[in-house]
Design a protein around this ligand. Sequence first.
Ligand code: UD1
Ligand code: MG
Length: 466
Amino acid sequence: MQTSSTLTRAETWRLLLLVGISLGVLANTFQGDGAPLIASISMALISFAVAFSMIRWLGPVFIKAGLKGKDMAKPRKPEIPETMGAVCAVVYLIALIVFIPFAFYKDIVAATSGGGNRDVVIEDQHIETGRYLHRFPHGKLASYLSGLLSLQSIVILGIGDDLLDIRWRHKVLIPAFAAVPMLIVYFVDFGVTHVVVPVPLQQYLGDFIDLGWLYYMYMAAVAIFCPNAINMLAGINGIEVAQSIVIAVLLLFNDAMYLAPITPYPHPATDSHLFSIYFLLPFIGVSAALLCHNWYPSKVFVGDTYCYFAGMVFAVVGILGHFSKTLLLLFVPQIFNFLYSTPQLFHVIPCPRHRLPKFNAATGLLDTSVTEWTVPPSPLIAMVLDLLEKFRLIRLVKNKEGQIVESTNLTILNLWLVWMGPMREDTLAWHMVGVQIACGLLGLFVRHRLALLVFNTDNRTFQSMA
Ligand code: UD1
Ligand code: MG
């Protein structure tokens, strides 16, 4: 019998077919030098199928365990399973673990006595030194494992948050701890804390400037920012996952530009971009599965676990792949949302528990949600709010005495509704996807083209660097 927590017959067959083909392809990558990229694509497809089915099956289990939330923007406010990001995250972590032999196949072959055959004759010195261990890139494996460890920590912390509803001021710093393993590996393995100085400033500062420990503070800040930023741009069906998929796909696009045949192999950055691709492909797989269930009208919520997990995937690839500044260019809507929110985050303006847009049952549309000023704002704050309203950055409601009694909540979703007027929940989600894509493409254009105005080279053009 078909219920809301089982797969339809058609879905079952399609998913089985997908898994079957992917497993076949995967098994065939253990040849020659291995084909890690093909293996990674297969893993992503298998992860999609597994996450898609598990999210469907586990819905009732999560509700029974109390992991549920009310969908505020629906007439009846139905309760649906929450924290489904945890399912994604677990499938993803297992996929990354299983992927290790595929990623390092070529190196494992080189380090063991040829093709992993133990029966070939081993010379004396090899018995003494074990095997050809020096041929194995332990540094790369350490980097991979540290990313995995950081992600595992953030998932544990995220699930804790979903279970216990940790307060904001406590949970903002959570990702800093999770970032420690990869910062250590960065320190030992890479250790570059220089940044290139823009050409116009080079006469004052030199070509490079060493930021030293400040650079580590900056990377920790990136690791804190990314997860929280995704969690803050949330509250309507599908938006958390959709923005993450857009960012991931754009990062993948950026990574692909460093691979052969687009860039002549071997480019110095090829390996770090391959590393990023291995982390992003299965992420896109599990996220797409989640989006199928979470897009309007949502059957499940993603929970803070997903937001933290997604943000941390980006922080890991950005930091260990050495392109954290490019990463931030893809986070422009999130950075705007954060800066715009700061008056409420720091309680200069009251901040209600939820700031998601308000559902109007009469029209079926979403409109801005508001903060009510029980005590009128001080003259200075009132002046700033009036100024913001003049620039159409906020909407105010005043009483007869001209005192502010309501102001719209400071999130990008509400701001969009201030500008465009009330709209359907899925339309708003599509608009946000459009904004994310437009800002992201612009970001990449700035990174690879406009940056040439202030920097000598784009690191993609390897020959001009040499
Ligand atoms: C963050 C935001 C908060 C926003 C919330 C929405 C800040 C400082 N906090 O808080 O303003 O209201 O995310 O996720 O910016 N929900 C829906 N529809 C959706 C998604 C979520 O109704 O499509 C509701 C559900 O009741 C769900 C709840 O939001 O249970 C999840 O909120 P939670 O993730 O716990 O909020 P925070 O991350 O703390
Ligand atoms: Mg949240």
